[in-house]
Design a binder for this molecule. Sequence first.
Ligand SMILES: [Zn+2]
Ligand SMILES: [Zn+2]
Length: 346
Amino acid sequence: MRAAVFHEYGGPLTVEAVSDPAPPADGVVLEVGATGICRSDWHAWMGHDPDVAPPHVPGHELAGTVVAVGPDAAGVRVGERVTVPFCLGCGRCAPCRAGETQLCDDDYQPGFTGWGSFAQYVALPHAALNLVRLPEALGFVAAAALGCRFMTAYAAVAVHGRPGKGDWVAVHGCGGVGLSAVMVAVAQGARVAAVDIDPAKLALARALGAEVALDARAGDAAAAVREATGGGAHVSLDALGSAGTCAASVESLRKRGRHVQVGLLLAGERSVPVPMSRVISHELELAGVHGMAVRHYPALLDAIAAGRLDPARLVGTTVPLEQAGAELAAMSGFAQQGATVIDTFA
Ligand SMILES: [Zn+2]
Ligand SMILES: [Zn+2]
């Protein structure tokens, strides 16, 4: 098969002929229909993840067709159109048995634990638990856009934030996850206050249904949210991941509000100050999100089928496999607009 391989961290990603994968005993091989290019792939390529050893094929936001099934993959058939969460549960550990596959103690992440989907074919384990069948109407490009940022945003709002109809949801940071969260919150009947420092992103948030768009460069973003929402948001997300946006999110909340930490806190910001005195005085709840359990996919796919959510609106461009290296390299500049998806492999 053809695959985009790097042989050293940060080195060229070259499209090469490599051996076709075989299905694990309880797994499958998919013919990849589309695969998103994500900042996590960039981190793997740059050598920031100790699990990744070159030569390596990145790619974890995938959708495709089952072309081979292992002997122990019960109920899975060749020809099925599927996607998977970026983090596949083992099915045996305590979190998996509780239905929280996103917290698996022995998870498999394509493109990190093993070779990923920047290739014509990808092997995946534990198929019976983790494969999600796609509705006919949902194309591979849109489905590939679901598996990472979009489903994490869905979990942040629908599983952790749980706004009621008419409740205010503040979204701090309107990159891919933040804009996805705006869309999900609007679909849930919430009113959205979007916060960013980029007028173009704020305009996108408005186009997706945010009622209020606040430029954080204008001053105290939390105070602006509290004023715009009549006393504070019911739910607030840090969709960027920084000390500033985390604290602003907590301070945006009204009493009994819920802060949801979606953006990753990396490098020097692993332990950021949180205004805990306000957590006490306002009886706030704090939640973290690490992807979404596979059991929540049916509700997400129902919302897409009903037309309430359209992940394709967040796809910026589609590119052939040969472009993968250039796209990863471009991420070093942090200037991405919309998700880029590989949709041509042959
Ligand atoms: Zn991703
Ligand atoms: Zn597990």
